[in-house]
Design a protein around this ligand. Structure first.
Ligand code: FES
Length: 126
């Protein structure tokens, strides 16, 4: 099952001094991820969102897929962590339950996982 990466485009990161006219770090993170994904020729659905409720530890992204664990990752720097995010997203996509082996995850991801959420229980509706 393909994973989806949600990227908060309204995150200000640690750049509180950024003016209202400037592109927010979250939007820069999204653009950097899309550029790198295109350069790699890789496939991953990336969806921009506005606020993942992790503003104090931004920039923020979340990786999820149907039937898999969801991870919220914080303290992401658009200039430093693009490769880490994409590596973790690919690890998530490759694992049947979305549980990449902890020691194989990028160090920044290991240290800045804000939350993980189990998959929804499947229910049959009449
Ligand atoms: S603005 Fe990005 S998590 Fe709130």
């Amino acid at each position: 099952m393909n994973s989806t990466l949600f990227v908060c485009v309204t995150c200000r990161g640690s750049d509180d001094a950024a003016g209202a006219e400037e592109v927010r770090p979250g939007a820069r993170l999204l653009a950097a991820l899309e550029r790198q994904l295109a350069a790699d020729g890789a496939t991953l659905e990336i969806v921009p969102v506005e606020c993942l409720s992790n503003c104090q530890r931004s920039c923020t992204a979340a990786i999820t897929a149907p039937g898999k664990w969801t991870y919220v990752i914080g303290h992401l720097d658009p200039d430093c962590h693009v490769d880490d995010i994409l590596q973790f997203a690919h690890q998530h996509q490759a694992h049947s339950d979305g549980l990449p082996i902890w020691r194989e995850r990028p160090a920044h991801i290991r240290k800045n996982t804000i939350a993980r959420v189990p998959p929804m229980l499947s229910k049959e509706f009449p």
